[in-house]
Design a binder for this molecule. Structure first.
Ligand code: ZN
Length: 180
């Protein structure tokens, strides 16, 4: 996503033009690639709105790791001095802190990759986001629990909800924070 602009691109734009294409070869959540297959319980779970700037999502997470109560300074550093921000995180001893973020931790090729909402366009190019042609089976809230062959599709989402609840009770300090 070489045309990324932090002041206009939302999380949804990054999902459509970076996370989905980058995770297409594996078809699994992009976090699996980012973590090189290593498993880790998150230290915190982040709830957020995909319509907000992706920069501010990252800034909110970095601010939390730094123990800051707001993220404006970090957003500014992401725009102007990422090296300084990396140094701050390294010096804080929290650079290895782990966060669960849906955009990265859910397999987008099992749900949304091949469809986009009407009017969901790239804010720089003004064109609709590309859709994925991976052809992997999809599961949504309204997907029948069992198809004609007897396969259980909705189990994916039941397991997701179960996993989320388990994570909420398992993560250190039971921490969830919201960037809604
Ligand atoms: Zn796909």
């Amino acid at each position: 996503m070489l045309h990324y602009k932090p002041d206009v691109h939302r999380t949804s734009d990054v999902v459509r033009q970076a996370i989905i294409p980058l995770s297409r070869p594996s078809g699994v959540a992009y976090a699996v690639t980012m973590m090189e297959g290593a498993c880790s319980l998150p230290d915190a779970i982040v709830t957020h709105n995909w319509g907000n700037l992706f920069r501010d999502l990252v800034a909110g997470i970095c601010a939390d790791a730094l123990g800051l109560s707001e993220y404006a300074l970090v957003s500014d550093l992401l725009d102007t001095d990422v090296v300084a921000l990396e140094s701050m995180l390294a010096n804080s001893g929290k650079i290895q802190k782990t966060y669960w973020v849906c955009a990265f931790c859910i397999a987008q090729h099992s749900c949304i990759c091949q469809t986009i909402s009407a009017g969901d366009v790239d804010p720089v190019h003004g064109t609709e986001h590309p859709t994925c042609d991976c052809g992997r089976p999809k599961s949504f809230n309204n997907t029948p629990e069992v198809d004609a062959s007897g396969l259980v599709f909705r189990l994916t989402f039941v397991l997701f909800v179960f996993l989320f609840v388990v994570l909420c009770f398992s993560i250190k300090k039971n921490r969830c924070f919201s960037l809604l």
